[in-house]
Design a protein around this ligand. Sequence first.
Ligand code: NDP
Length: 248
Amino acid sequence: AGRPLSGRVALVTGASSGIGEATAVALARAGAAVAVGARRADRLSALAERLRGEGARVLALDLDVTDEASCRAAVARTRADLGGLDVLVNNAGVMLLGTIVGADVEDWRRMMATNVLGPMYTTHAAIDGMLEQGSGDVVNVSSVAGRTARKGAGVYNASKWAVNAFSESLRQEVTTRGVRVSLVEPGAVATELTDHITQPEAKAATQQMVGGMTPLQAEDVARAIVYVVSQPRHVAVNEVLVRPTDQE
Ligand code: NDP
């Protein structure tokens, strides 16, 4: 009691590392009960154990956001086990940077399935309940890449532009019914995100770019997400762009 999110239930996708993990920690410390979803169950159970040690209510969920049934089951289990769902943080994502010319098209399928269809599935599963209770928050983690397209990031850009369009359209649909829809758009954050890039030149260039600055830490982005969902109900923070000060 007394904490800004006590009594609220959150579901964070991609909570096994990076921004999602830091967000789950920050939401729990703000008083929320938190469901954490991802594919790496070992990481999630370690996180859940840590948060329970701090007195939080936590539910670890096997979740593959590219699978619609998995998304529906995660939302249903959150409601059943934690007693509701007030805050959905769509954070799971992959950034398989590289040129369009010569790309492995499998990278494109993974990005579009994870970054675009994933948040669509979870949102579709969660939104009816939020509308019925007349309140809720959907926070979509997009990127600077959702606002500015660059050479070498084409399909990642396309995936995040899609997230922005989906968010704004949904916002107009549901905002007068008490459901807030927000975009959080980080610049470079020190996480595992670049580890999965398959084009060697793109991976080297990105890691060099991040290495040349003081990047954001995952906790910096988590703080922005807690800020968004802790506002009084009449305040909708629609969009937050957070870059490292060093990032041009
Ligand atoms: P990480 O690689 O550390 O985290 C990505 C998370 O997404 C992991 O928990 C991973 O879990 C999860 N994930 C990936 N695929 C799936 C899937 N199919 N189903 C469920 N979970 C999945 O990177 P970040 O923390 O940096 O990335 C989080 C978000 O932030 C992404 O949407 C990214 O685009 C965005 N972002 C990151 C920036 C950065 O510079 N780092 C900048 C701007 C935006 P698991 O593998 O266990 O399933």
